[in-house]
Ligand binder design. Structure first.
Ligand SMILES: [Zn+2]
Ligand SMILES: [Zn+2]
Ligand SMILES: [Zn+2]
Ligand SMILES: [Zn+2]
Length: 469
């Protein structure tokens, strides 16, 4: 866009050109000359030039007491200061327009073109030999004068605007710019964070009206328009990166993609990949070092398998019990698994997965949930499992049961844990075993394990003693 078009797009509702503007709490800009004002002169603006009332967070379960209404800041409507950022932008545009009164350095239809990117108009030397007269009429003296005149260093307008439209807190392009009564502008989020620490303006140390005044505060509309006009791609990128930041802030559980485990089991892990070493170091800074563990996705689906179908959504949290750091940075870690979880949202932090999780706890099997209470009792189901394990012990693989006893201890008497313990030994696919994780009923888990045992017993290769582990 041509700088003149850009300059003309900065409006005042009361006069032809916006000059020395002040930005009102409603986000509209008005020339300082028109003050004092009883209300914002922009048509269709709210009658009181103040921020809209803060909204009560709709999903918050916390009792939310809205703060008392914040009156419009008196200073803004009566003794205006000038909008610092907007005035700098206007001064910059006016300077460029004064410097380039021929206007030829810009194309109307192109996005804002950097002046330095384009050849600046330089006076052509008169060609005495050919007598090629230029538009100046061949006045050699005027040519020599203009050649000897010092040329200002070219102004990179885009760069200069980028500097002026950057936030003084985060030093990035302003996003959702909010202008304070002292007429300093910051990203809305940056200002909120600054107000968490102090109610003084981060730039001029003026006392600001307080957090509630700026909660849900309208953006500076003039600056917003400028940002979207001059830096549309950068503004979109900035919005996307802020959204990603917010999302990742919610993803507070590190995830170790390693193997299937069930609750209440010890696991020894070896951390050697750099990303997981970093993850472990961060975990160890926590009061209770813990992370989520999920099994790796099945790769046999190939590229045709959609990523969402190939994702593992259920896992188990583990607490770090001991860490043996090796001199080369690797570490051996002993963990104890605590509870199951479902991944609600996932992202990536420095190469490893981070997630927002929801714990999965059992729902007691009550008599009212009759369908799950049909058939054999829990004790009978556990008996079927025990008999199967004895059959294994007598058969070709007694070492398996021995190993299970050594590693995981004696079979648990709690039906809620028993199915996990049996599943560890069964010679079936890990993805099949993982079906135990989402089940919230101890009884249904036992039934599933017994179902697997029945299938194994029915397979000729298994009953013939060919157990393959
Ligand atoms: Zn207004
Ligand atoms: Zn005006
Ligand atoms: Zn900022
Ligand atoms: Zn200030």
């Amino acid at each position: 866009m041509h700088p003149r078009q850009l300059r003309n797009s900065l409006h005042c509702p009361l006069c032809p050109t916006l000059s020395e503007p002040t930005t009102l709490p409603c986000g509209h800009a008005v020339c300082a000359d028109h003050f004092p004002l009883s209300r914002c002169p922009w048509p269709q603006c709210a009658p009181v030039a103040g921020p809209s009332r803060p909204r009560i967070p709709p999903t918050s379960r916390v009792h939310y007491l809205p703060p008392p209404p914040a009156p419009p800041h008196p200073q803004t409507l009566h003794t205006p200061r000038q909008d610092v950022t907007l005035n700098k932008v206007i001064a910059l545009l006016d300077r460029v327009l004064a410097d380039n009164d021929s206007d030829d350095d810009y194309d109307d239809d192109e996005p804002l073109v950097r002046i330095s990117d384009r050849p600046r108009k330089r006076p052509r030397l008169h060609n005495l030999d050919t007598g090629d007269d230029d538009e100046d009429g061949g006045d050699l003296l005027s040519h020599l004068r203009s050649v000897s005149r010092p040329i200002d260093p070219p102004l990179d307008l885009e760069k200069a605007l980028l500097t002026e439209l950057s936030c003084e807190i985060c030093f990035m392009l302003l996003h959702n710019p909010v202008t304070t009564p002292c007429q300093h502008t910051f990203c809305s989020k940056c200002l909120h964070r600054a107000l968490d620490h102090s109610n003084l303006c981060p730039l001029c140390r003026d006392t600001l009206p307080g957090f509630s005044f700026f909660e849900d505060h309208p953006s500076n509309l003039t600056l917003n328009t400028l940002l979207l006009t001059v830096f549309p791609a950068e503004s979109t990128l900035r919005a996307e990166s802020l959204a990603a930041e917010e999302r990742d802030a919610r993803l507070d559980t590190p995830i170790f993609v390693c193997m299937l485990i069930f609750p209440n089991n010890p696991t020894a892990l070896h951390f050697f990949e750099p990303r997981y070493r970093l993850m472990l170091r961060r975990c160890l800074e926590q009061e209770v070092p813990s992370f989520g563990m999920i099994m790796p996705p099945r790769h046999s689906g190939g590229p045709a398998l959609a990523q969402s179908q190939n994702q593992i959504d259920y896992g188990t949290m583990v607490e770090v019990r001991s860490v043996q750091m090796l001199p080369d940075g690797r570490s051996m870690v002993e963990t104890w698994s605590t509870f199951r979880f479902r991944i609600l949202e996932r992202g990536t932090l420095d190469g490893y997965t981070v997630a927002r999780i929801e714990p999965i706890f059992d729902i007691p099997d009550s008599p009212s949930s009759s369908p799950t209470l049909d058939g054999p009792s829990n004790e009978q189901l556990m008996d079927i499992c025990t008999q199967f394990l004895q059959q294994l012990r007598r058969g070709t693989a007694p070492w398996v049961v021995q190993r299970l006893n050594n590693v995981y201890g004696a079979p648990p008497s709690d039906p809620a844990q028993f199915a996990y313990w049996v599943a560890l030994i069964l010679p079936i696919d890990e993805f099949e075993k993982a079906k135990l994780l989402p089940i919230r009923s101890a009884r249904l888990r036992l039934r599933l394990v017994v179902h697997w045992i029945e299938q194994l017993n029915n397979n000729w290769w298994f009953t013939s003693g060919c157990v393959v582990f």
